[in-house]
Write a protein that binds this ligand. Structure first.
Ligand code: UN1
Length: 509
């Protein structure tokens, strides 16, 4: 462990703010506690408003310069960041695992997502296309161009502590923006590690201080200040729906922009035409992967009554084989939840499931004894429920899978799937063309992500990532999401040498 921390430049006590140079922070000490064994990994001297002011001044100044770097040159910086991440993949993945508890395979997957988005953004830096169109006036030219936006505030959650920063930062950087990152207080060390990796690249390329900054401090002080700061035209935030609603109101008041990636309540529909040998492993990964702590985790299975009992039986059997334990060990498929608070949330949800009339099929026990001393290990659970239960309508960020029976057609299943406030990810398992086309049509899934014959989680970086309704409507990552990080300018040029008004207006003087 010490070796991994040392390789990433993590010290016993680390500063909580950097602009590329680390500041002397005045705030209280924050401990990073590993959910694996409850031990303190290292500490952070948190930043306060004085350091915050310094970070923002440096970021504002850096933007003046950075926005004038050619985009492909900015892309070259991001390409090098990808190389640096390749070189640090193993230790960064291990730190993600140690700090938040996902299994090492998934830690590696998360760092791979960072590398992938670096490659994507590098290519994108030569493709920030604006369009041209034809003017209704003779000898006029019309086109649009995309300019950098400014300081981007990036607020990330514990569950993808490094990938979500990279989705935002790589795009922001190629777009000519500068970034101020406020990570979750549950995962400060992975943030320090990323900042240090980025700094190596930025420094050796003469990128000014302030292009990539980090603030680790209390949400109620520096987090709140970032959200309220009129110098920040865009806040990109990942977290719960209540957090997003609070944040959107504050940013909306000052007419800032947001990219919100909030709660999901992701369902998989399993129709009578599904191949269960595909469905079962995908459901298990979706519900148990990252111990059910992905925004995209599978929370609900909507299964046709004709195959309900078979599916429950097969799934329960699969759940029995899941090894739970130290996420750094090979063969372990489920590590701990992030902290004991998350365990309590799960237990409360199970109480509510039962109170509303649901039946537990398996799981929900808190493990104790050797190897489980942190109190964060649980068995993955399955419950038979109805979609309209209050608790089923909420996102419980834990390995608690609801099974809901449907009768009738795929339309009935889709109505259940859409019958929740959230709209992030969704899937259908079917080999029936008409069922899958219905699911993907305008009358189908209302989610930002809709998959056929694969699960709800584990999206690649190439498409836009995000969802509708209570998920917040934001999009991050691939496709044309870069446009969210730029301002669009519409330009018309008159080279006719004559006055020419649009819409045929004459205004003779
Ligand atoms: C998240 O849980 O916030 O699609 C992000 C996935 C990952 C990203 C999840 N690529 O599951």
């Amino acid at each position: 462990m010490k070796d991994i921390l040392a390789k990433l430049g993590i010290e016993d006590v680390n500063q909580g703010a950097s602009t590329g140079s680390w500041l002397d922070c005045k705030g209280t000490l924050l401990e990073s506690v590993s959910p694996i064994d409850g031990q303190v990994l290292a500490r952070i001297q948190q930043c306060e408003m004085g350091e915050y002011a310094q970070v923002m001044d440096t970021a504002a100044k850096a933007f003046q310069e950075w926005r004038m770097w050619p985009a492909p040159k900015r892309g070259e910086i991001v390409r090098q960041l990808g190389e640096e991440l390749r070189a640090h993949k193993e230790e960064l993945a291990a730190l993600v695992t140690m700090e938040m508890g996902k299994i090492l395979q998934e830690g590696r997957g998360e760092v791979q997502e960072m590398i992938d988005i670096c490659d994507f953004a590098t290519g994108m830096s030569r493709q920030l296309y604006g369009l041209t169109t034809h003017s209704e006036r003779a000898r006029h030219r019309m086109f649009e161009q995309w300019h950098p936006l400014g300081i981007i505030g990036v607020i990330t959650a514990f569950n993808f502590p490094v990938a979500v920063w990279s989705w935002n930062t790589t795009l922001a950087l190629i777009c000519g923006d500068v970034v101020v990152w406020k990570p979750s207080s549950k995962t400060p060390l992975t943030a320090v590690a990323c900042q240090k990796i980025a700094e190596k690249v930025l420094k050796r390329n003469g990128v000014p201080d302030g292009v990539c900054s980090l603030i680790i401090g209390k949400g109620s002080s520096v987090g709140d200040a970032l959200v309220r700061d009129a110098r920040v035209p865009l806040i990109s935030a990942t977290g719960s729906t209540p957090m997003g609603k609070r944040l959107a109101a504050i940013v909306g008041e000052r007419l800032g922009r947001t990219i919100l990636e909030l709660g999901g309540n992701n369902a998989i529909i399993v129709t009578p035409n599904a191949d269960l040998s595909l469905a079962i492993p995908n459901i298990a990964f979706g519900a148990i992967g990252t111990a059910g702590q992905r925004c995209t985790s599978t929370r609900r299975i909507i299964v046709h009554e004709s195959i309900h009992d078979t599916l429950v039986e097969k799934l329960a059997a699969a759940y029995k084989t899941v090894s739970i334990g130290d996420p750094l060990q090979d063969g372990v498929l489920m590590g701990p939840l992030v902290d004991q608070g998350a365990v309590k949330d799960l237990q409360n949800a199970i109480v509510k499931v039962k109170a509303e009339g649901g039946t537990m099929v398996c799981g929900g026990e808190v493990l104790s004894g050797p190897g489980y001393e942190s109190g964060c290990y649980v068995t993955p659970s399955i419950a038979l429920v109805k979609n309209e239960y209050e608790i089923v309508q909420e996102e419980t960020f834990a390995p608690l899978l609801y099974i809901i029976k449907y009768s009738g057609s795929v339309e009935d299943a889709i109505a259940l799937q859409n019958g929740v406030p959230q709209g992030l990810s969704s899937s259908i398992f079917t080999n029936h063309f008409i069922e899958s086309e219905t699911f993907l049509s305008a009358m189908g899934s209302d989610c930002g992500i809709a998959n056929v014959n694969l699960g709800t989680s584990g999206a690649e970086i190439g498409l836009a990532f995000g969802g509708e309704k209570d998920t917040g409507g934001g999009r991050e990552s691939g496709s044309d999401v870069w446009k969210c990080y730029m301002r669009r300018q519409s330009n018309t040029l008159n080279w006719s040498g004559k006055v020419a008004l649009a819409q045929g207006i004459s205004f003779d003087m």
